[in-house]
Design a protein around this ligand. Structure first.
Ligand SMILES: Cc1cc2nc3c(=O)[nH]c(=O)nc-3n(C[C@H](O)[C@H](O)[C@H](O)COP(=O)(O)OP(=O)(O)OC[C@H]3O[C@@H](n4cnc5c(N)ncnc54)[C@H](O)[C@@H]3O)c2cc1C
Length: 336
């Protein structure tokens, strides 16, 4: 039987990230006891109380506080070695994704990424999608240790039962020499944070928001105001079609709070919010691929025969999105 390790960094407050509790859910389906390995500036092992892990191996200290390849890779390698694990399950946070290929190499193992599910079919089996979520594959490997990065949002987080704190074991890691010091954080988007992975709703904005409207003129400022007001009042996350974010490169008016990171679709993201609302959007990619994992989907489009919205939304409102969102924003404001 394989020995399973859940390997993760901690958050600034010492707790484990939500994505780690999701990866733990996936790891538990393998049917073997799971040991946790956590590294970071501080580690609060109590955040794994009641989750069923049998032990928590900890590598903590100021040297591991900041995400940095050298120190993260050293800590992750030491924890994996100390656990003797043959299967290492990690949340695909940017911090883990950056180092785990190197860690798998240092361990003499193999790595698979973008795992959405783990199952036990006479041995650990990883499920992931290829070709932008169009083909689902099941993977098994003979090589060990096998490192698996589980995509956030694909599995429900483990729900703690009781408060039994697992035993904690400190692992000493010789911090390597570092050449990189962290002087601060610069966010990619200059304006407002519009990507909210935990939001219940994804608002997809298409290029129609910047197109000429019934009066023969475009109204990008009005569009910007409507979208931002909606995001602020609803807490929704913002997705965009490629056409809309590409306009920045062509020097046209584009929303300041939006970047390519918002793009959904074949060459963008495939987020997993429970609900989605597409507005002013026609494209195949955002509708067919971009919100493939969204469970309840609605769209607002002036074009009644917009085939992609019609084919891929549960409800299509044939209406002017400017008027609809104005009304929705007024209703949200009235509820406050
Ligand atoms: C290799 C490749 C990869 C691609 N990858 C992606 C990808 O990852 N993601 C992606 O999005 N695209 C991708 N595309 C582009 C994609 O094919 C479409 O061109 C793009 O999605 C269209 O964007 P859109 O729907 O916002 O704009 P448009 O096609 O211009 O549609 C605008 C829509 O707005 C509606 N509209 C206008 N005014 C209003 C109003 N007042 N109220 C309501 N509706 C209104 C119109 O009826 C129209 O349907 C890719 C293309 C290629 C070739």
């Amino acid at each position: 039987m394989d020995n399973i390790l859940l390997l993760t960094h901690s958050e600034a407050d010492g707790s484990v990230p939500k994505a780690a509790l999701e990866a733990l859910s996936a790891a538990k389906t393998l049917g073997a006891p799971v040991v946790a390995g956590v590294f970071g500036g501080a580690v609060n092992a109590a955040s794994l109380a009641g989750t069923g892990v049998t032990k928590v191996l900890v590598a903590s200290g100021p040297a591991f506080a900041e995400p940095r390849y050298a120190t993260d890779a050293a800590a992750a390698t030491a924890l994996a070695k100390a656990s003797g694990a043959t299967v290492v399950v990690c949340p695909a946070t940017s911090r883990m994704a950056r180092v785990m290929a190197g860690v798998a190499h240092r361990l003499g193992g193999r790595i698979d990424t973008h795992v959405t599910q783990l199952v036990n079919e006479g041995g650990p089996t990883a499920i992931r999608w290829y070709y932008r979520q169009r083909i689902e594959a099941k993977l098994r490997r003979k090589e060990r240790p096998w490192v698996l990065l589980v995509d956030p949002g694909a599995t429900a987080a483990v729900k703690p039962e009781g408060s039994a704190a697992p035993p904690v074991e400190a692992v000493t890691v010789a911090a390597p020499e570092v050449r990189t010091s962290v002087s601060g954080v610069r966010a990619p988007s200059s304006g407002e944070q519009t990507i909210r992975p935990d939001a219940k709703l994804l608002l997809v904005a298409g290029a129609g928001w910047t197109k000429k409207q019934a009066d023969g003129k475009p109204h990008p400022e009005k569009a910007e105001e409507l979208i931002l007001s909606f995001l602020r009042a609803s807490g929704a996350s913002l997705g965009s079609s490629k056409s809309l974010v590409d306009q920045a490169g062509e020097g046209q008016k584009v929303f300041e709070f939006m970047s390519h990171l918002n793009q959904v679709g074949q060459t963008g993201a495939t987020p997993r919010h429970p609900k989605g609302l597409a507005t002013c959007c026609h494209g195949e990619e955002p509708h067919v691929v971009g919100w493939r994992f969204i469970r309840e989907r609605r769209a607002v489009n002036l074009d009644a025969s917009c085939g992609w919205a019609r084919g891929k939304a549960d409800v299509l409102y044939v209406a002017d999105a400017f008027a609809v969102m104005e009304k929705v924003n007024a209703l949200l404001a009235a509820r406050k």
